[in-house]
Design a protein around this ligand. Structure first.
Ligand code: NAP
Length: 296
């Protein structure tokens, strides 16, 4: 299906896509590009890449599918480096966790949105990073969200959809704005809260004592605070407006909870907790009967 796949950022996401496509027998050559030779050498020895280039212009030469799998903060510079070297019919796609920022980075770098550009976001991942973290089954039964633009050519969209389906993923489409609002509320806000809570507790005195008494609830709630800090800094900056909206909404609700505690309003607390339990139990039922959720 793909003659030459070029991957920028041969880490968990990019490396896993290459391995999945190889396993499906649907890619001819895989070329990688990144900053560190050590990671690219690792990707060669893991069987992710056939070869690598450290010059982006060389890397994209002759590629019919180009994947941007670098952190969000690096998308723009990669696009600038490749814009004059992409083959006219090459499809360009990405795995960035926020979509509006990537679309703006591509538009700014190319001067216009290429018709061959298809924004994407696999809802899959682990807390590990780099080529050694990649594995062929990462995307199996996971959702991949594509956010095609009015400019996107239907053939480019169809190719990217098929590429992800070959990995075993379930592909869905939505708009850039809807993606960023939903992910801000359901993924970015929880990560922000988990990082913020752990940092707040860690900075309080006698922190060893606090963490010594922490139990399973604390571990469950804060698991995602072990995620990659650079990646999450980039996501918070990239999806700033939607995250601020989600945060403002939650601040108002948190204030109501605080008032209920202050006023010893057990009715209000119970009503809130019961609504939350019903909503979470329903969420778990939905998860049990639909594609699995990625850790993101
Ligand atoms: P990763 O394992 O750290 O891989 C990213 C790769 O990009 C690294 O191997 C690194 O290789 C390269 N890189 C880092 N900074 C760079 C820069 N400034 N310029 C060029 N290359 C750079 O990260 P990942 O988890 O695969 O995430 C990649 C993308 O996927 C991010 O945009 C993230 O938002 C998105 N995403 C991640 C997850 C997840 O759960 N991890 C889920 C969905 C989407 P070198 O050091 O060799 O350059």
């Amino acid at each position: 299906m793909i003659n030459r796949l070029c991957i920028f950022g041969v880490g968990l996401m990019g490396g896993s896509l290459a391995l999945a496509l190889r396993r499906a027998g649907q890619v001819g050559e895989v070329v990688g590009c990144g900053r560190s030779r050590a990671n690219l050498e690792e990707a060669l020895s893991c069987g992710i890449l056939d070869r690598y280039e450290q010059d982006p212009a060389q890397a994209v030469r002759g590629a019919d599918m180009v994947l941007l799998a670098v952190p969000l903060g690096a998308m723009h510079s990669v696009c600038v480096a490749i814009r004059d070297h992409l083959a006219a019919d090459a499809v360009l796609t990405d795995v960035g966790s926020a979509k509006g920022s990537v679309v703006e980075d591509v538009r700014a770098a190319f001067g216009t949105l290429p018709t061959q550009f298809v924004p994407g976001h696999p809802i899959a991942g682990t807390e590990k990073s780099g080529a050694t973290a990649a594995f062929a089954t990462l995307y199996e039964k996971r959702r991949v969200i594509l956010t095609p633009l009015p400019e996107t050519a239907p053939q480019a969209l169809a190719r990217v959809r098929m590429m992800w389906e070959l990995t075993g993923a379930v592909v869905e489409e939505t708009t850039v704005t809807h993606h960023d609002e939903v992910l801000a509320a359901t993924s970015h806000l929880p990560h922000l809260l988990a990082f913020g809570l752990v940092d707040s507790l860690a900075q309080q005195g006698e922190r060893e004592e606090i963490f010594r008494y922490a139990a399973g609830g604390f571990r469950d709630f804060t698991r995602i605070a072990s995620s990659d800090p650079v990646m999450w800094r980039d996501i918070c900056l990239a999806n700033r407006e939607a995250i601020l909206q989600a945060l403002a909404h939650f601040e108002a609700d948190l204030h109501a909870i605080k008032q209920a505690v202050r006023n010893e309003d057990g009715h209000q607390l119970l009503a809130c907790f019961q609504r939350a339990k019903v909503a979470r139990d329903r969420f778990c039922d939905i998860v049990a009967t639909s594609p699995e959720m990625g850790p993101e």
